[in-house]
Design a protein around this ligand. Sequence first.
Ligand SMILES: Cc1ncc(COP(=O)(O)O)c(C=O)c1O
Length: 392
Amino acid sequence: MNEANRMKKLPMYLFTIIDDLKKQAIAKGLDIIDLGMGNPDQPTPKHIVDELCQRAKESENHRYSRSIDKVECELRAAIAEWYKKKFNVDLDPEKEVLPLIGSKEGIAHISLAFLNSDDIALVPNPAYPVHFNGVLIAGGILHNLPINETNNFLPDLDSIPENILKKTKMIFISYPNNPTCAVATEEFFEKAVKFCNTHGIILVHDLAYSDIVFDGYKAPSVLQSPCARKTAVEFHSLSKSYNMAGWRIGFVVGNERILRSLAKTKGYIDFGLFKPIQYAAIKALTGPQNCVDDTVKMYEKRRNVMVKILQEIGWCVPKPKATFYLWARIPDKYSALTSMEFVSLLISEAGVVLSPGTGFGDFGEGFVRFALVENEDKLIEAGRRIKKLLEM
Ligand SMILES: Cc1ncc(COP(=O)(O)O)c(C=O)c1O
């Protein structure tokens, strides 16, 4: 039962390894505080759940969903309306909006839709894993763009060699960024759009954290840049903004031709979204948004608490403007360890789960990521346990 070569190229999925380490720690009797996966801990708002329950009782919603069906048309219209309100960008709901079974699904399939075996995709490193794993699964060629503190975690587009550019078909970017928490300016997006238009490259922007922003910061859309629609698509998720991670719903907007090819690819693979989930998503996007504000306030408080605790124990970590993560350099005492070794030690000795930087690519080495998906009491307890480990 030999796996396909393209699958052998993939590293073992990070969270599978972490789950094994967690299992071993639980078997030893340790209590676990899980700040590993970016899996929101709050419930989906009631009005959204109620809509799902009601729509699930209507038998006509149990059939396959087709793009011409009423609910899909209404969902695309709701997405376009949300975009206009949030970014002042006009979208044609029929041609420039495509609902997805979670944004991860669409990000993986866009590589499958466009990459031939001699096409290069540029991917910042570290990155959210599906950005590079999608390229490998599709059989394309991956070219890493290292991002680090020196370049403000923004890829240096001017340094890409001409021979690479000639074969480049796509670039993946994502700001606010997971795992580094970096944000990008509108100027950076304008530059990226110009660069892609000049070189005929598809610009894929993953804006999963558009709502999780703090201290008055607003995350721009790449589609606000002039001429972006010539080359760009932008992915969004309802998982974080509305605590709907398990529901599997996201969407992509932007260049009509790119969306048509992605829809064609998906058409051979899936049958769209369960209709009650689509109705619930319409409620989420068009209903009251104070639930989003409450979620953001909660993450902002958690961020403040965790950064302060870490600072008090001598682990200085930047305070991010967005996302619900912290991207932290491994403390000096353990800097000889790899990020995976440090995370294993934290799990086995302290029962605290973080994500190793290398789970997001080789250039994540030396860092770990905190996901602030536990309540403040748990964060304080995690800080106490980490302190003990640092003093050992
Ligand atoms: C940057 C980024 N993009 C996409 C996703 C996937 O979101 P979804 O639940 O919509 O598939 C995540 C999830 O953590 C993410 O961090």
